[in-house]
Design a protein around this ligand. Structure first.
Ligand code: PLP
Length: 447
């Protein structure tokens, strides 16, 4: 066997051959990429054998932590028995059936059927196509426009980038496409509004109603909504906002799609934000925590009415080679059963969620901190530079996250904020470690 490659050799190969997602390659190629070698529970081990507490659960997804033996065993055993067979045409395999049953039992009552895909982007893309088919079958093809919100993140295909409300994601690709309309997301801090969070939320509802009237409700198919906007900066909904938005859409006969790619599977102390906040979505999209990131799997759940309409339309000409991949579904099933058997949902709701929020809000007096947002096991800290220091706008988040990584924990830098969403298995002691590292990193930011 040949000797393992050194870190320097791997970095050189990475520079030569590997294009990373969401990366400034010029900036990265100087120091070289940060290599992660292994993971265990909430901790990762990097190239220098440093143990790092993962305060972002990979990319908001490793809900059960890194060394979940039941998932590994389920995947291994499915691989041995039947690594792959499609669900196209009239066949399928056992595990996607069982995952779809599990999801139907936990989801809001009208959502009983699931279309599988491979990612959150594909789950949303599937929702978009399914909605178009639904209206076409009903003879309402004039309902084609899609609403989403500023600061939203819905994925990276051409259509889901068009829904994403972050200029840094859509401008480089000359998007959004026509027919994708962004209404204001309820992020008072992000637009430097003089209104408080709640008043700004009410203004957003009024503005959304105005845009619906301007476009004509009869031309609008659906609105995609993250119950908490995640990658856009962790933006929890202002009080009353989601209920009013839901009612506005219902009144205007516009489908409500809950994008729960981040918020599902226990992160908010419930299986779904849609259940927690009684959102009664017409469709719900899932990925990430569905397998805790162990294998790729996306899911689009649809209401009974949408399913029945699709059935009446004959052939459903959509799906991916790997829709309902039996091994990915085996990972999902073992993951969902683990979340259930370890009681991770009530654990987040009653124990580590409130403790996380307490630690998060204890940063309030820090001079680098200007706003704190969060719910249960997700949170963000907005940062300001030390007066007199020249810092370019939207760079503090990455700067702070690098300093925090130096202190032994991983958080995500977004614009001028840091975001956190640790594995649901995290303990109070581990949360102390995470927030000690954050505090030290912020101290260094202001040195
Ligand atoms: C709310 C939301 N929707 C969709 C996506 C896209 O998921 P993926 O990266 O798996 O395509 C993400 C990814 O972060 C997300 O946070």
């Amino acid at each position: 066997m040949s000797a393992p490659l050194s870190v320097a050799e791997l970095r050189e190969l990475d520079r030569a051959h590997h294009l990373h997602p969401f990366t400034n390659h010029r900036d990265m190629h100087g120091p070289g990429t940060h290599l992660i070698k292994s993971g265990d529970g909430c901790f990762l081990v990097d190239q220098d054998d440093r143990r790092l507490l993962d305060g972002l659960a990979g990319l908001w997804c490793v809900n059960v932590g890194y060394s979940c033996a039941p998932i590994v065993e389920a995947v291994h055993s499915q691989m041995e028995r039947l690594p792959y067979y499609p669900s196209f045409f009239n066949s399928t395999t056992e595990t996607p059936i069982l995952v779809s049953e599990f999801l139907a039992k936990k989801a809001p009552p009208r959502l009983n059927r699931t279309v599988f895909s491979n990612s959150g982007s594909e789950a949303n893309e599937t929702a978009l196509k399914t909605i178009r088919a639904y209206y076409k079958i009903r003879g309402q093809s004039q309902k084609y426009k899609i609403l989403s919100r500023t600061f939203a993140y819905h994925g990276v295909t051409i259509a889901t980038t068009s829904m994403t409300g972050l200029p840094s994601c859509y401008e480089p690709f000359d998007l959004p496409l026509p027919g994708f309309i962004h209404v204001p997301g309820p992020h008072a801090y992000g637009v430097k509004s003089e209104m408080d969070h709640e008043a700004y939320g009410r203004w957003c509802i009024d503005e959304t109603a105005r845009i619906i009237a301007r476009e004509g409700a009869g031309t609008i198919a659906a609105m995609f909504v993250e119950p908490i906007q995640g990658a856009g900066g962790v933006i929890p909904p202002p009080p009353g906002y989601l209920a009013e938005l839901r009612e506005l859409l219902r009144k205007n006969d516009i489908l409500f799609v809950a994008d729960e790619v981040i918020t599902a599977f226990g992160r908010l102390g419930d299986w779904f934000a849609s259940g927690l906040w009684n959102l009664d979505p017409d469709l719900m999209t899932l990925a990430k925590g569905l397998t805790s990131g162990y294998l790729p799997l996306g899911a689009t759940m649809v209401s009974d009415e949408i399913a029945e309409t699709l059935f009446s339309g004959g052939y459903y000409a959509h799906g991916y080679t790997y829709s309902g991949h039996p091994t990915c579904a085996a990972a999902a099933l073992a993951n969902l059963n683990t979340i259930e058997s370890l009681g991770l949902v009530p654990r987040v709701r009653d124990d580590v969620g409130p403790y996380f929020q307490k630690k998060l809000h204890s940063l309030a007096g820090h001079p680098a901190v200007s706003e704190i947002r969060g719910t249960a096991l997700i949170g963000a800290v907005e940062l300001v530079p030390k007066p007199g220091t020249a810092v370019a706008e939207n760079t503090l988040g990455v700067k702070a996250s690098n300093l925090i990584r130096g202190e032994g924990a991983i958080v995500r830098g977004i614009r001028d904020l840091i975001a956190m969403a640790p594995p649901l298995i995290i303990t109070r002691d581990e949360l102390d470690i995470l927030f000690d590292a954050v505090r030290c990193g912020l101290d260094r930011l202001w040195e």
